[in-house]
Write a protein that binds this ligand. Structure first.
Ligand SMILES: [Ca+2]
Length: 594
């Protein structure tokens, strides 16, 4: 609401004709009031007011309404171009040579003052207003001479940054607008939006100092464009002579209406559907970003985009933008990426025995992140995923994954296993039969554990001292070998070996003649000679120096001969025992093989 009684007339000047009364009052970024004035009308500026700096007509004026000076209700800014002139120029003048500046505006971002100056009957122009600038009228209309019709140029005349001719059909009376600084139409940001009163055309002029401007026809309205307007959000409006006010919107601007799944969670999936409008049905024509991270659009329609977010995206809140053909839609709410859950798969570990002590742990996280192992129970050494167990008992190993920017920590998984005593076995060599008068001998047995084997006599006429057997009579003997185990080994199964101790006997009394073994020493063979013939059931057995039976054969004295040969070429050198049994009588004799 305005108070009519607060009115204060700042400045008054005469208008010689009814037309060309100028366009606009606007405050610049410098806080001063800029006043666009027409040349007074009458066609062709017949009194040449625009070039006459003692007149306020055909000018861009600038005054300071916050201060007063002399008899004025305002002050003259200290840097107005003619503030100190002695030629009678009006100190309010900021720029001159205007015909009928039908709208000026200030680009609040840059401070640039834009003016659209309506031409006489040939050219419509756009000017960027500079302090003290002369914009040519009536000497020039646009870039062309007007009055004089030739040789009009003067040093310092400033040509328009853009113009169009009536002859082109583009229009016949320019209506200036604004440099667009809104957020709804990104393609227009920084461009000067203006139109033509007669044609209804509306353009965007892209002007950058030092570069060739480009001018784009945006659309054409039905009706006469009186003015453009701007709201606090820098949206632009068109005011028609009919009284209709239209808002300028970009009908191709994409809009984001929501997400599926809804903002807050994408769970285990990084695929999200963005719902909205004006998307491009060709997936590759849409650029979707979550913050600075670009998603991959895998399916698209005008109203939905299926997007795969890179799996490397950390958890957090992301502003989402969709850019289609240079137009960017921004979601009203950030999109939440929550940390994913992960689980650990840890293979069970079978129980072990002593010596079977190296375990390769097998665990993996569903995230693919590396699993870390720790020993919680038992004595063991970890090197990476290889566990070396020391000693017996229960071992518990934990597998954990601490998570990262994308994954929650995994629930810890434990595996326990027992390390038991090891089995062992005894290898006990067979024992050769012996004769009761033989010397003591050693038993040979080993345990697979390497532990010492213990012997005992299960039965028979022998005594034991450690592993040394002493014969004390004749008969069958059974020796038992055992290993009782220790802290690492179970007792070994007992093993028994049996042998026979034969009694010491003499030859058959009826063999009165001496029985000979010759030669002795022998090399490849020896002979047995008896006193008589007719003996058919005689058996010869030879034992090696360690008591092992090496030859057993039947000797035949049943025919006329009374001697028989025995081949020994395959035997090693040493002292052997030859045992000849005839019936129940036994004769023994040592034989040296050399
Ligand atoms: Ca001009």
């Amino acid at each position: 609401m305005a108070d009519p009684n607060s009115e204060l007339i700042l400045l008054t000047f005469n208008q010689p004709a009814t037309n060309h009364n100028g366009g606009k009052l606007v405050f610049g970024n410098d806080g001063y009031l800029y006043i666009a004035t027409g040349d007074g009308g009458g066609a062709g500026d017949p009194s040449n007011y625009a070039q006459n700096r003692t007149s306020l007509l055909g000018k861009i004026l600038r005054i300071d309404v916050d201060n007063t000076t002399d008899n004025l209700n305002y002050a003259i800014p200290a840097d107005n171009p003619f503030v100190n002139n002695t030629e009678g120029f009006r100190k309010e003048i900021f720029a001159y040579g205007m015909r009928n500046p039908w709208k000026i505006s200030v680009d609040k971002t840059t401070g640039t003052i834009w003016a659209a100056d309506v031409g006489q009957n040939a050219r419509e122009e756009i000017d960027i207003i500079e302090n003290g600038g002369n914009y040519g009228w009536r000497r020039k209309e646009g870039v062309a001479c007007y009055n004089p019709s030739t040789g009009c140029d003067l040093p310092g005349l400033i040509d328009p940054v853009w113009e169009y001719t009536h002859a082109s059909g583009a229009g016949r009376s320019i209506t200036g607008g604004f440099v667009y600084r809104g957020s709804q139409m990104p393609l227009l940001v920084g461009k000067y939006i203006y139109g033509d009163y007669v044609s209804g055309n509306v353009w965007a002029l892209d002007y950058q100092p030092g570069q060739t401007p480009t001018n784009t026809l945006l659309f054409k309205v039905t009706g006469n464009i009186m003015a453009f307007g701007e709201d606090l959000d820098h949206n632009l409006y068109i005011c028609l002579r009919s009284g209709v006010i239209q808002k300028i919107v970009d009908s191709l601007m994409p809009q984001i209406s929501g997400f599926t799944p809804a903002s807050g969670s994408v769970g285990e999936s990084t695929v999200v559907t963005i719902n909205g409008t004006q998307f491009n049905a060709t997936a590759a024509e849409n650029t979707v970003k979550f913050g600075d991270i670009t998603g991959t659009v895998t399916a698209a329609s005008a109203t939905s985009l299926t997007v795969t977010i890179p799996e490397t995206i950390p958890a957090g809140a992301y502003p989402v933008t969709v850019t289609v053909n240079g137009r960017t839609a921004t979601a009203s709410t950030a999109f939440q990426i929550i940390k994913f859950d992960q689980t650990i798969t840890f293979e069970p570990i079978e129980s072990k025995v002593f010596g079977d002590s190296v375990v390769v742990l097998q665990a993996s996280a569903s995230s693919g992140l590396p699993v870390v192992f720790t020993v919680n129970e038992g004595t063991a050494t970890l090197r990476g995923d290889t566990l070396t167990v020391h000693g017996l008992g229960m071992v518990t190993v934990q597998a954990s994954q601490a998570g990262n920017a994308r994954y929650n920590a995994a629930p810890v998984v434990s595996r326990s296993f027992a390390v038991n005593k090891s089995n062992q076995s005894i290898t006990f060599a067979p024992i050769a039969d012996r004769t009761a008068n033989e010397n003591p001998f050693e038993l040979e047995a080993t345990a697979s554990s390497g532990l010492a084997v213990t012997f005992e006599v299960a039965s028979g006429p022998v005594t034991l001292s450690g592993n040394v057997v002493t014969l004390v009579g004749a008969g069958p003997v059974t020796i038992r070998a055992s290993q009782p185990g220790n802290e690492n080994y179970l007792p070994a199964p007992e093993v028994e070996q049996t042998f026979t101790v034969h009694p010491v006997t003499s030859l058959v009394p009826t063999l009165t003649e001496q029985t000979l073994i010759y030669p002795n020493p022998a090399k490849k063979e020896f002979y047995v000679k008896t006193a008589g013939t007719g003996i058919s059931n005689s058996t010869l057995v030879m034992y090696s120096p360690i008591g092992k039976k090496v030859i057993e054969q039947t000797l035949d004295f049943s025919t006329s001969q009374n001697s028989a040969g025995v081949a020994i070429g395959h035997l090693s050198k040493g002292i052997y025992l030859v045992q000849l049994q005839i019936g129940d009588k036994v004769m023994k004799q040592k034989l040296i093989i050399e």
